[in-house]
Design a binder for this molecule. Sequence first.
Ligand code: GLU
Length: 440
Amino acid sequence: MTVTRFAPSPTGYLHVGNLRTALFNFLITRKAGGTFILRLDDTDPERSRQEYADAIKEDLEWLGLAWDRVERQSDRLDRYAGAADALRAAGRLYECFETPGELDLKRRKQLGMGRPPVYDRAALALSDTQRAELRAERGPGHWRFKLDHERIEWDDGILGRISIDAASVSDPVLIRGDGQVLYTLASVVDDTEMGVTHVVRGSDHVTNTATQIQIIRALGGTVPSFAHHSLLTGPQGEALSKRLGTLSLRDLRAQGVEPMALLSLMARLGSSQPVELASTIDELVDGFDIAQFGSAPTKFDVNDLFPLTARRLHTLPLAAVAGDVAALGVPDALAPRFWDVVRDNITVRSDMADWWALFRDGARQPEIEEADREFVAEALELLPEPPYDENTWAEWTAAVRERTGRKGKSLFMPLRKAVTGMSRGPEMADVMPLLQKKPG
Ligand code: GLU
């Protein structure tokens, strides 16, 4: 059985980059059958907030990415302590006392000598007495995992065969001086104990994966399959990291992006398969194939979401928007016709409001050409008061033609503008029955 997890830290709102991770894990699980775990990586008590945890759930619910189970790392601290003890007993965890400033100095020296800034393992050479002295002087140290200096290799579901020389990587800190367990260890303990079979995450985690594979083995766990997706860039290939704050899922929701538009784009962007608007999540599940994704950075343009959103709205039945339509004050009896007319003429749901204002109150400032003013005034005299029906437009324009002799575009266009304030839009035969007031 496939077990995956989406493991955001509740230290901020989810953005499009996180969504990619969540969606890939979700789709893999739904396709294979299995369990999709929402894991809140909240071991950092200063930065983790309940409001972000709630927001993460709300955003996933909005998208329809249902999880089977929630886990919180803060509930599992005793498990991590147990794993740390096991690593200590196996001689794989060692205490270090360097301050951040000292570490920084070491790194700069190494770089100055043209060497990679890898931790020099000075703490391994400390005697028991020296350690006791340092502990008395500086307080408890932080704990590093002692990597085996060998090549760490795996077949990545996206990147292919990966081989990393462990000697080129610093021994990772797993426990801070204040006792806080870091993600690198907590994640391994969870993945192992929860039977996670597939880990999909961003390519910024590739080095973590190398060290985590060794930690998993040291703890006697089974190494899951790993796949690292490329990171998103802006449309010009520029780094997106700074702008991700404005590309939060809640911002996109507030801008009117439809969930299925967003999911359809993210399920295909960066793959060799074309983006297609899906109508259900099941369709996305069927068409998903992680092997189709490439390792190159993936360009994301928020503007691509709006044509997809418009197309999604065109396909929606009234039932899917009935709440929004009713909230505008559209009478129930008019709702089906209103939605039929409006759905092909909006980009986002909230555009409906302008249409209803137009039907309810009339066009605000119809731009009538000088040469048409008299004609329009005369035509409006021939239009009775509402209610109108689907024959009104034909009957009215026939009467106006008879009276004025105008026909074709010079007949219809000024009248369309007089009624809607626009030179293009829905069929006038469909518009007339929606008017709550006589135009003019
Ligand atoms: N909390 C980690 C992150 O958000 C999870 C990474 C992982 O999937 O292991 O980057």
